[in-house]
Ligand binder design. Structure first.
Ligand code: ADP
Ligand code: MG
Length: 250
């Protein structure tokens, strides 16, 4: 067993309210790990603690055994932790290939004015094109990102995250707002990502979760209810009760 991402007794309080309540989690190298739980369970808060977007009230985060609790987001990215970007206006005016090339250049330390000596960046452009091909996006390489269907835009966000060559990729509801027809393609692409990239996925569609995950953690009221294989989670009475409760009250 080798955990690539771990938390130890993680707590996040907003005032007196604990959005994250003593969470100790181990994500194994190469895992397809899903984090599920009702609305408001604290899933996004936990992701924000993992990336460094939020500072924990107590507890620790380890990346490849190294304590990153005090590290800023970009320092965690450098150490191999990536989450999907939201596409901003700058990216919207660039083509898909330019956007991903820029993200590759970022990783290589070329900075933002990469386009000036184009010759230096042939390798980065090649790498970006390879990445787009692996995500079956090469046919839209020269489209402006803002002209793409929403499901494709979410794939570009994943491509941008992968350009950092992460060991761990965090996906918080990647198909949110994506039409059903497109979300299927999105998830097929996510399922094909190379297994040396560990994935922690938050997703509310249980069909997608059970097709994707080899490990599932269930979060309720900020605390871990259980963690197990999809088969064990599917037949866990406590998990059923949690979702039954949501169906009735939610
Ligand atoms: P999930 O992603 O599982 O739906 P969240 O992590 O977004 O849940 O939220 C967990 C709980 O923490 C919710 O009750 C939410 O209202 C609360 N919460 C999240 N962020 C904040 C914040 N910045 N300030 C106060 N409460 C917050
Ligand atoms: Mg959320």
């Amino acid at each position: 067993m080798s955990a690539v991402l771990q938390t130890r007794n993680l707590v996040k309080k907003f005032g007196a309210f604990a959005a994250t309540n003593d969470v100790t989690l181990n994500i194994e190298h190469g895992a397809r790990h899903a984090l599920i739980g009702p609305n408001g369970a604290g899933k996004t808060t936990l992701i924000n603690l993992l990336t460094g977007f939020l500072e924990p009230t107590a507890g620790e985060v380890f990346l490849k055994g190294y304590n990153v609790t005090k590290l800023a987001q970009h320092q965690r990215v450098k150490r191999g932790l990536a989450r999907t970007f939201q596409i901003n206006r700058l990216f919207a005016d660039m083509t898909v290939l330019e956007s991903v090339t820029m993200a590759v250049c970022e990783r290589l330390g070329f900075g933002w004015n990469w386009w000036r000596p184009v010759g230096r960046h042939v390798a980065a452009i090649d790498e970006a094109a390879d990445l787009l091909a692996s995500l079956r996006l090469i046919d839209v390489a020269n489209e402006k990102t803002r002209n793409l269907a929403y499901g494709k835009q979410r794939l570009i966000e994943i491509a941008l995250a992968l350009a950092a060559k992460p060991q761990v990729l965090l996906l918080d509801e990647p198909a949110a707002g994506v039409p059903t027809g497109e979300s299927r393609e999105l998830f097929e692409t996510i399922a094909r990502l190379p297994h040396d990239v560990t994935i922690l996925l938050i997703e509310h569609d249980m069909d997608l979760v059970f097709r994707f995950a080899d490990r599932i953690s269930v979060l309720v009221n900020g605390a871990l209810l259980t963690e197990d294989t999809p088969e064990a989670i599917a037949s866990d009475k406590r998990v059923k009760e949690v979702y039954l409760g949501e169906a009735i009250h939610g």
